[in-house]
Design a protein around this ligand. Sequence first.
Ligand code: CTP
Length: 399
Amino acid sequence: MSILSGKHILLGVTGSIACYKAADLASKLSQAGAQVDVILTGAGENFVTPLTFQSVTGRRAYTDQDLWGNEAHVLHVSFGKTADLLVVAPCTANTMAKLAHGIADNLLTVTALAAQCPLVIAPAMDGGMFSNPATQENLKTLKNRGAVVVGPAEGHLASGLTGTGRMVEPAEILSQVRVVLGKNGILAGKKIVVTAGGTQEAIDPVRVITNHSSGKQGYAIAQAALDAGAEVCLITAPTAINPPVGARVIKVNSAQSMLDAVLAEPADALIMAAAAADFTPKTVAREKMKKRDGIPQIELTAATDILGTISIQQPHLFRKVIGFAAESQDLLENAAEKLRSKKLDLIVANDISAADAGFAVDTNRVIFLFPNGTSEILPLMSKTDVAEKIIEHTSMLLE
Ligand code: CTP
């Protein structure tokens, strides 16, 4: 279940051309399972209509007319009581000023004043308006009160000028929303280190030996840990996907550099989802190998075993250690052996010979094995769901 499932989110939309992106944000929040009630300001209505939002949320969108309608005396109070989060995106300089000073002259600002939930704002305005000391003071006031400010980004502005003032993309706002909602989750106050991706072992300055790992499962675990309120350090080999917002990302290449990074990050738990190399070239050619010199013989040697090293040299660096076993044969026997030899608290075994599990695909079929000999067989699931299960177990292990 997504962290947004069943959450009541108020989305305030104020008068900026970035309103068109707010429709995408409302759609993304709804698709993730949230109940989204949109409140448009009068200026917002000049750019988009309530129908735009009703069409994507499946719920009525509210305007200032509702402030004086039948529900008037209760609407903002009930919104304020039931909302899990108030997001104002785009947030103009004017609305930001009102929020900072407690001015309540429309449905959105009166609701903001009544709301007891966290506030996320995504400013959108011209660069000069954003850098104006008045706006900066308002921003500081809101931040000091605990508001989470996402952006603004730098780039082309509606005025035709370039500067800082563009609303950030909906995907980034969504990620921040998840971080804020996860604050009191099952891993609140815990630090989790997640490794991901396939390491790259250099042959020469341009060539590497790597594997098919996409990093998807590791990144999904990092996201699930963030959703559960953990402080997350993601140590990642090169991948083509974007790391989750809120994670501290450390980029590495080889198994050795991954080990060095892991050793520098003591934490409550280490989740080793990376496909770290088992073999590495014995020597790295200083210059690019040339074809004219013939076909090279590359001698391999054992790569650093990260979990093996930790279990022997630094067993107290992590309270709990979770590993993976990607196997193409004798899944359970091999996984059980790794669980024992690497002194793990849990091993996630997956059969990479199945077409719908393992590398690059979005689904996985895994079995959890525990040191006491028990196991849990999970059905075919999305990597996101597998990640949530791993995080649930991590939380239980840390109890
Ligand atoms: N692992 C590691 N260091 C390595 C290679 C793997 O710490 N150099 C970790 C992986 O991140 C995973 C676990 O060890 O959590 C098992 O990885 P896997 O490659 O399946 O097992 P190996 O022990 O390397 O054994 P083999 O490749 O022979 O199956």
